[in-house]
Ligand binder design. Sequence first.
Ligand SMILES: Cc1cc2nc3c(=O)[nH]c(=O)nc-3n(C[C@H](O)[C@H](O)[C@H](O)COP(=O)(O)OP(=O)(O)OC[C@H]3O[C@@H](n4cnc5c(N)ncnc54)[C@H](O)[C@@H]3O)c2cc1C
Length: 314
Amino acid sequence: MALQVTGMPSVVESIAAHDSGTTPFSVEFFPPRDEAAEARLWRTVRDFEQLRPAFVSITYGAGGSTRDRTVRITGEIAEHTTLTPVAHLTAVDHSIDELRAMVGSYADKGIRNILALRGDPPGNPLGEWCAHPEGVHYAEELVHLVRELGDFHLGVASFPEGHHRSPDLDHDTRYLVRKLRAGAEYSITQVFFDVDDYLRLRDRIAAADPEQGAKPIIPEILPITSLRSVRRMVELSGSALPPLLEERLAAAAGSGPQEDRAAVREIGIEFATGMAERLIAEGVPALHFITLNFSRATREVLQNLGLVAAPAAG
Ligand SMILES: Cc1cc2nc3c(=O)[nH]c(=O)nc-3n(C[C@H](O)[C@H](O)[C@H](O)COP(=O)(O)OP(=O)(O)OC[C@H]3O[C@@H](n4cnc5c(N)ncnc54)[C@H](O)[C@@H]3O)c2cc1C
């Protein structure tokens, strides 16, 4: 019997319901590692709740306890806040039966929105991908599986620079379009730093299949607050920091044992604001921010864009 999940808007509905005239935004959290980190996440969740994002997404870890935390926290956000949560789900180390059970536990918590991902090999995201012997090989199969299970609303990942495993952009576009045709209603991009990469991705999908090209491609933005962590992030995702941006950040970070975080942060926020302004001018459906479970940097970018009010002085 198909799982019935009602009561929560889909991502596309939530974006469409946003006040006309401004661009909606959404934010991404990751499952906290311990109690202190969880308390901080909840403060961040409450901060964002006041800013009324279109949705919030919660990433899915490489294994065990972090996965349980993703499910628990996504459920708690659905139950105890006014936010619309999107659960990330990956195929890594899961049999099809386990994936079905995981989707069932989301349904039990009233969660309708799932971001269907293949995931990366645990330990070394750039290492060789091995499917679970009774699992799925690609995100497209996960989209089919979840749709067969019930009334879920699915998103998928897209890659402005192409996925690092795609031999070329034609291949990348072909399989992205297949995931969308399988029933994904939108995609969220990997973090990127060159708006032209996003625009070229949008053109590629529209040229390959105008119907799929009409689905929202939500750009993911990282307000950089640390050079060390952004370098690690791009390395693990197989993407790149533009050399000019990296030079500016490195100059701001300085050559001391500790980077000058305030100076890096200033450039990161200015850069994210500039990117978002251009993306808004290009008519993006929404902006999705990586928050790293903090609210301040994203809030500053949103204030710069006039998408949320600045806190009253005093
Ligand atoms: C917005 C976003 C959120 C993310 N959240 C998480 C998270 O929470 N947890 C996590 O572990 N990872 C996450 N990731 C990372 C993601 O899991 C990896 O980038 C992974 O390597 C690719 O996942 P995918 O769903 O795009 O895979 P797929 O769509 O399966 O694509 C993987 C590669 O296979 C190719 N391909 C697809 N189908 C076929 C086919 N039939 N034949 C041949 N080649 C094919 C594609 O072109 C691509 O090169 C996220 C990525 C993004 C962009």
